[in-house]
Design a protein around this ligand. Structure first.
Ligand code: ZN
Length: 423
């Protein structure tokens, strides 16, 4: 909610937050405790975080100068699986189901948006992020974006042993090109934790998730069986705090202007709507269905616009190369991608879409323009050559209304933007 300074004080001065658990002894998230430890170990941590927050506020003020809001950043993901038992060695299908959940939740394409209360729908946010399993590893070799290692560790915890080969885990892939997810058995009933973004680009940046709270098929356990633990933790990794501001009164804040003030975390699935607490005792009440609360997977279904704005600003500021990483294409050349840009208009469109293309240097001719729908099906594909300075017109009048992705690529690069079609 509103008071940013209070948020900073609560988050960075209060070091006594204790992970709390649900009635089954599960701990939804240990990110606050993890951040407190980082702070204790690094004398500059608090100062750096305060600088980060000032930067965010400056960026929020300058938001008009930010990149186009319709840009879609497709982030290459690597999933490191550490297993001691067969059940912990989760299937490729389980991993892919988690990528599907992320792509739905971050684009507000999740099937349960209908459960968002009508009075919160106008502030529900669509983020600028999509996710793909990496197709090229750090050495340039083809990969499916998944690596596995058998371990003798019965369980891992927040000490980050899971993030290093030397301590029984698996090393991060370059955090400036890949988003790292570690999946393992976490001890003490913990479901996950995240390292928030920072200018240090630590090789421990990413999220760690309990194997049976990852994905929505395979070895998943209710009520954390719909992939929302990873949605929540990536929310932290992209710069968001818990919706109640990590205090237990009404003074703290998550630093987001459009989330209601909330006293404490919510467990289970509240049956009353609106649901009130001491901080939001009237009106629409608390937003317990927000991904940054602790409710069951089936009962969370939204980010707010304020939250998605914050994620975009922070990630553009701290991980600009990750956002344009081409590690999901077989041949990757970030340099080439930097030398090509295109924009589309109008957007939304009634069918005729113009692409303005601009090359700062030759990245090769013979570009392909492809249009895909939300199912990933290519509905149109055209070849063009000598695109520099050209406006190319695409006719999508034969397609139904909805969200589409326009990609321009050749062997050297790929760029994608989102288009809304209103036919
Ligand atoms: Zn959390």
């Amino acid at each position: 909610m509103k008071f940013l300074l209070n948020s900073l004080l609560i988050l960075f001065v209060c070091s006594t937050a204790i992970a709390s658990d649900d009635e089954m002894g599960k701990i939804r998230c240990a990110t606050v405790e993890y951040v407190n430890r980082l702070r204790a170990e690094n004398p500059n941590y608090l100062e750096n975080k305060q600088k980060d927050e000032l930067l965010v506020q400056q960026l929020l003020l300058n938001q008009a100068q930010s990149r186009a809001n319709d840009v879609v950043y497709t982030i290459p993901v690597v999933v490191h699986v550490l297993y001691r038992t067969t059940a912990q060695n989760i299937s490729d299908a389980q991993i892919m189901s988690q990528i599907d959940v992320l792509n739905e939740d971050f684009a507000r394409l999740n099937a349960d948006t209908a459960l968002t209360p009508s009075f919160f729908r106008s502030i529900a946010g669509t983020s600028n992020f999509q996710f793909c399993l990496a197709a090229t590893d750090p050495l340039g070799n083809p990969t499916n974006g998944i690596e596995r290692r058998s371990t003798t560790s019965t369980s891992f915890n927040t000490n980050n042993n899971v993030k290093h080969y030397s301590s029984g885990g698996l090393d991060a892939w370059d955090v400036n090109r890949y988003f790292n997810i570690w999946v393992c058995n976490l001890g003490s009933g913990l479901l996950g934790y995240a390292e928030p973004p920072s200018g240090t680009h630590s090789d421990e940046y990413g999220v760690v998730i309990l194997y049976d709270s990852f994905g929505r098929v395979g070895n998943v356990s209710t009520p954390y069986h719909k992939g929302r633990t990873t949605t929540h933790e990536i929310g932290h990794a992209f710069g968001m705090e818990h919706i109640w501001g990590d205090d237990s009164n009404c003074s703290g804040s998550d630093g987001i202007s459009d989330t209601p003030n909330q006293e404490v975390e919510t467990y289970g699935c509240p049956s009353t709507l609106p649901s009130f607490d001491n901080c939001s005792s009237s009106g629409n009440g608390i937003m317990y269905m927000n991904y940054m609360d602790y409710t069951d997977d089936l009962c969370m279904n939204m980010f707010t616009t304020g939250q998605t704005n914050r994620m975009k600003l922070l990630m553009e500021a701290y991980y600009p190369t990750l956002l344009v990483s081409t590690a999901c294409t077989i041949t990757s050349s970030r340099e080439a991608a930097d030398k090509f840009s295109f924009s589309i208009y109008p957007n939304p469109s009634d069918g005729l879409v113009n692409l303005d293309m601009f090359l700062m240097e030759n990245v090769g001719s013979n570009l392909t323009i492809s249009v895909s729908n939300l199912l990933g099906e290519i509905v149109k594909s055209e070849q063009i050559s000598n695109p520099n300075g050209r406006t190319h017109q695409l006719n999508l009048g034969d397609q139904g209304s909805g969200i589409y992705f326009i990609s321009v690529f050749n062997d050297n690069f790929k760029k994608t933007v989102r288009l809304e079609l209103i036919n």
